[in-house]
Design a binder for this molecule. Structure first.
Ligand code: FES
Length: 238
């Protein structure tokens, strides 16, 4: 990735356009199906699929969420309901670099308020805003669990150590020129090594678990139907 041309807020990252009615690329949808195959219930892959879509698009657009819903056979509202709960998933456009400044107690005692004030002033946006060039979204954050390096700053969920106003400005300049592209990829990228082995479930185990769940579900439905029939019989007798 070069840093010269940053992705506009909400703009697609891939070069090609969507195929058919799908918004996500064929590659992403293929990877999504591989992930779904790892779980007894397809809907269990909802969060991994959100990360996958966010990696491609940068945030979870309504179209991406509709694609995820189709892949999982759930409603788009269910995707939104889950995605909107988690800080790492964005259902509104964000810049290619999400800069989080912790203002919790350890950081507050080490200059976090001054750092955030400087960040807002130098970037020209309030916390929660995105710069006009779409490169930086500034966030005020709760404890990021790096309290011994206060005031703590993260970019795209990567720790960048304690920052001063001067080092913060250098960091932003590096992000904009792409000088940190190796250790801080665009927002949405969690890992750049594709998993090919390791945690995959045995397909026969997944199939057996799905069959057992379907059988249990059918049993519950039959029991409910029998109970309903019995109660209707009692009601009819009286
Ligand atoms: S208080 Fe800021 S990282 Fe914990």
């Amino acid at each position: 990735m070069t840093g010269a041309a940053r992705t506009p807020v909400g703009g697609p990252r891939r070069a090609g356009g969507p195929a058919g009615s799908a918004h996500l690329s064929a590659d992403t949808r293929a990877r999504a199906r591989e992930l779904i195959a790892l779980y007894p219930h397809p809907r269990s892959a909802l969060i991994p699929l959100c990360h996958l879509a966010q990696e491609e698009v940068g945030w979870l657009t309504p179209e991406a969420m509709a694609d995820i819903a189709r892949l999982l056979d759930v409603t788009p509202a269910e995707v939104l309901g889950t995605a909107s709960f988690y800080d790492m998933l964005h259902t509104e456009p964000v810049g290619s670099h999400v800069v989080s400044v912790c203002t919790n107690i350890a950081c507050l005692l080490n200059g976090a308020a001054e750092l955030l004030e400087h960040a807002e002033s130098s970037l020209g946006v309030n916390a929660g805003g995105t710069t006009a060039d779409g490169s930086i979204t500034l966030e005020e954050s709760e404890c990021l669990a790096d309290c011994d390096r206060a005031p703590c700053v993260q970019v795209n969920h990567r720790f960048v150590g304690a920052q001063t106003p001067a080092s913060f400005d250098r960091l932003i300049a590096d992000l904009r020129t792409g000088a940190r592209a190796e250790d801080i990829p665009d927002h949405g990228t969690l890992v750049r090594v594709r998993r090919t082995t390791g945690l995959e479930a045995d397909p026969s185990t997944v199939a057996a678990e799905r069959a057992a769940m379907a059988e249990a579900q059918a049993g519950r439905a039959a029991a409910a139907e029998a109970a309903k029939t019995a109660s209707e019989g009692v009601g009819g007798d009286s």
